[in-house]
Write a protein that binds this ligand. Structure first.
Ligand SMILES: Cc1cc2nc3c(=O)[nH]c(=O)nc-3n(C[C@H](O)[C@H](O)[C@H](O)COP(=O)(O)OP(=O)(O)OC[C@H]3O[C@@H](n4cnc5c(N)ncnc54)[C@H](O)[C@@H]3O)c2cc1C
Length: 321
């Protein structure tokens, strides 16, 4: 790890330094600094900021501070009662120790687990633009089948973000005196020709909190994660489903997939295939086909296409049973 300047901010204004990186739980940032993948010159510890509360939002939704720990959010009574998909996604991630440290803001901005990104012995367009992408012809079992480009096929690893995508979360961010709201679906960028640019936040822009809208009465939700082992493992494919069914007919569906794409993947195609239809396995399968239409497999990850379809069908089946 290289030497860096370390400060602790006690107010949001004091934390807003465009030349610094924010330290929240540190479970991504410190890891990557030890690997020399991230080499910030200045690090601002934001753990003293008053952003660790979960509160009711004026519109009936929920306001989640950027420093709320993943373990606290997962068991918050409002989250368990009204946003089960989020609680399930959080509890499926990492380990209890990591969830005790990991924060809402840090989880959204965690970096990819692509082996080539995390190992400076290899080229990586995300780390060093223009250097190449060894995953294209290398070992690419964990890589993306949706949203990739010839420059990068690294998956976004967050479970929480997939659930928040299906819940249509909104990120609130501060830079200088300016506050802005960013729909989560618009936070992440596809790699295209600039995989080093992962989201629309500007340097030094701080996520202050995330809001979840109130869900229509009768909405049910579920998160299903498929992985190589039952605990302490990232998703190979996951599905977050938020659905209202009335009289056996799907009135509203919000669908997001994880583990298969370069960003948490909202599937409007699957939603359109479900809305207005009966809650049947045949229609779930049609939605899964629509979600994965256009998927581009690499040498080792073709299995993810069928795995993601099955994850979505299974999640919908369990939830509407
Ligand atoms: C062994 C291991 C297994 C894991 N397994 C899983 C898993 O199964 N599923 C899963 O989803 N995740 C998993 N994770 C990832 C883990 O969830 C993340 O590391 C964690 O959520 C990051 O949160 P943090 O607060 O520690 O972020 P930090 O490391 O503090 O920060 C991460 C990034 O976000 C930035 N940042 C932090 N807070 C803010 C803010 N408020 N505003 C702007 N920028 C900010 C930082 O500058 C940094 O760039 C795993 C991690 C490890 C180490």
């Amino acid at each position: 790890m290289r030497a860096f300047q370390f400060t602790q901010a006690k107010t949001v204004d004091a934390a807003l330094d465009p030349g610094s990186r924010f330290l929240a739980g540190g479970t991504t940032l410190i890891d990557l600094m030890k690997l020399d993948v991230e080499t910030p010159e200045r690090v601002v510890d934001i753990n003293l900021l008053p952003l660790a509360r979960v509160e009711a939002a004026p519109d009936g939704g929920l306001k989640i501070g950027a420093l709320v720990r993943n373990s606290d959010l997962a068991v918050h009574p409002e989250v368990k009662a009204r946003y089960a998909v989020l609680s399930e996604a959080l509890l499926s991630g990492a380990s209890p120790q990591l969830r005790n440290m990991a924060t809402t803001g840090g989880n959204l901005l965690q970096r990819t687990r692509c082996y080539y990104f995390r190992d400076t012995a290899y080229a990586c367009n995300k780390r060093q633009p223009g250097s190449g992408c060894p995953a294209m012809d290398g070992y690419n079992r964990i890589h993306a089948v949706l949203g990739g480009s010839e420059h990068c096929v690294a998956t976004h690893p967050s479970d929480m973000a997939v659930a928040m995508m299906a819940l249509e979360a909104v990120v609130h961010a501060r830079k200088d005196k300016r506050e802005r709201r960013i729909a989560l679906d618009e936070l992440y960028l596809l790699p295209g020709t600039t995989p080093d640019k992962e989201n629309v936040l500007e340097p030094g822009e701080l996520i202050t909190y995330v809001t979840l809208p109130k869900l229509p009465a009768g909405t049910k939700s579920h998160y299903l994660k498929l992985r190589d082992r039952a605990q302490y493992e990232f998703a190979l494919a996951s599905a977050a489903v938020v659905v209202s069914v009335s009289g056996g007919r799907i009135e509203r569906a919000r669908i997001a997939l994880g583990g298969i794409a370069t960003k948490p993947w909202r599937s409007r195609e699957a939603e359109a295939a479900l809305e207005g239809k009966s809650a049947s396995e045949e229609n779930f399968r049609a939605a899964a086909e629509a979600a994965m239409h256009g998927a581009k497999p690499l040498r080792d990850n073709k299995f993810k296409i069928e795995l993601a379809k099955r994850a979505l069908v299974r999640a919908l089946t369990v939830m509407t049973a």
